[in-house]
Structure formats: C-alpha cells, structure tokens
Design a protein around this ligand. Structure first.
Ligand code: NAG
Length: 230
C-alpha cells in the first residue's frame, strides 16, 4: 500500500474521477460521503486464494476515510516474496494497516489461507481509531490512529494492484458488514458506487439510517490491464 492509496480511495468515495496513477484498481463497492460522520464498522472478509504466481504486489482491504483523513485499511497483501509474514506462496499476509501523515503503518502480520474468515472491526473512542483483526475469535493484529469521527466520510473495498501485479484469481467476499454513522442518513444508499461485476445484497437499516448492514458483497476476479509492469 503506497502513497496513491489515499488519493484514489478518497476520490472514489466522493465520486470523483480517479487521478492517473501507476497502479490499477479492481472493481469496488464504495459508499460516501455521508452527511454526518463514519464512526465504526465491522465486517467478515474472505479474500479467496491468492494468485499462484505471486507478483509485487496485490493489496485487498476494507477502507474508511474522508477526503482529508488518513485511510484505515486492514486487509491482506501478496508480494512476490511473502516470507515477511511467514506465508507460503499460496497464502496471504494479513494485518491492520493505516496510511496517513507519516506514511504507511502496519500492525503485526500473520499468514492466512484464502478461505480464512477474517474479522475486521474499526472503532472510535475520542479521536482514536482502533483496528482489530481477528481469526476464529482471536485477535491477530491491531493498530491505532488519530483521525477522529470521519466527517463526510465513506466506506469502500480496495483491490489495489501495484507494479507487476496481474490482478486477482478468486472472488472476494465481505459478509455481514455493519457501518455505524454519527447521525441518520437515509440517503447513504444513494451514494453507493459498484464497479462492474460487483454483486451485493441491499443495504438495510433498522434504526432509521444510523446503522447500515450489508449481508453480502462479492467482488469479481480482477484482471489487471497490460502495461502495469506485468
Ligand atoms: C474529516 O474528519 C475530520 C475529523 O473529524 C475533520 O476534522 C475533517 O474536517 C473531515 N474532512 C472533511 C473533508 O470533511
């Protein structure tokens, strides 16, 4: 995850055209901006099997940010050499992660298989965000950052393909996603952007638009266009 991440996600979240960058992006599911603030989220992420021929690099994450904040982005990574997290060639490296002032920061890494159900929770206390990544109920990575309530913020998936990345070879799933807002926003579903091939259940709220749930989001296999160093 490099410097372009925050620029592109922020632009995607506010519905602007992405700037021209060296990396490419798979189809995304993205929401925002909301009228109040994004103040929390939980989801279960199943990344699918990583590409058999690892290249540097592929980054799959669930992100929250606003146009001026850092980007909270727990997820899985695959580089040409995944030994930095102890992964074999057919595993991912999983961690909490944040990109903001001071660059990229990562929580502890662990290796996971593609069919792992990864719990991801971002919670806010005062101005401090805590990322908590769990596998089978056990906390495997955490990270804190200081952006406060993400006013006019958004929520979105990232399929980020850098340098020699050729894309993904499996679908990705996000199950039982919950997004907490600081104030009701019944217009939030109208901010939804869905890339080609993205399939999702309808957004639902049972408290008048403050808490939104999405039972299932499936992102398609993404093939990077040629010319991306691949
Ligand atoms: C993003 O959220 C922070 C923290 O609440 C706030 O200070 C900032 O103004 C927000 N940015 C935008 C563009 O709304």
């Amino acid at each position: 995850m490099f410097i372009q991440t925050i620029v592109v996600l922020s632009c995607a979240l506010v519905g602007l055209v992405s700037p021209v960058v060296a990396d490419t992006w798979g189809p995304a599911y993205s929401l925002g901006p909301t009228t109040g603030a994004v103040i929390g989220t939980t989801t279960t992420f199943i990344p699918g099997n990583p590409p058999a021929n690892a290249e540097t690099g592929l980054f799959l994450w669930i992100g929250i940010s606003n146009a001026t904040s850092g980007l909270i982005q727990s997820g899985v990574d695959q580089l040409a050499d995944n030994s930095y997290c102890g992964a074999t060639a057919n595993q991912w490296c999983l961690s909490a992660s944040y990109f903001g002032v001071g660059g990229q920061k990562d929580g502890p890494y662990i290796a996971v298989n593609g069919n792992t159900e990864i719990g991801i929770a971002y919670s806010l206390s005062g101005n401090t965000w805590t990322q908590k990544v769990t596998v089978a109920g056990k906390v495997v990575s955490t990270l804190q950052s200081q952006d406060g309530p993400l006013l006019h913020g958004g929520w979105g998936t990232g399929t980020e393909c850098q340098q020699n990345c050729r894309g993904t070879t499996s679908v990705q799933q996000y199950l039982n996603s919950v997004i907490q807002l600081s104030e009701p926003d019944m217009n939030f579903p109208n901010t939804l952007g869905k890339g080609p091939g993205v399939v999702a259940t309808p957004m639902e709220t049972s408290d008048g638009g403050k808490t939104w749930t999405i039972a299932s989001i499936t992102l398609p296999v993404y093939t990077a266009p040629p010319g991306n160093g691949n």
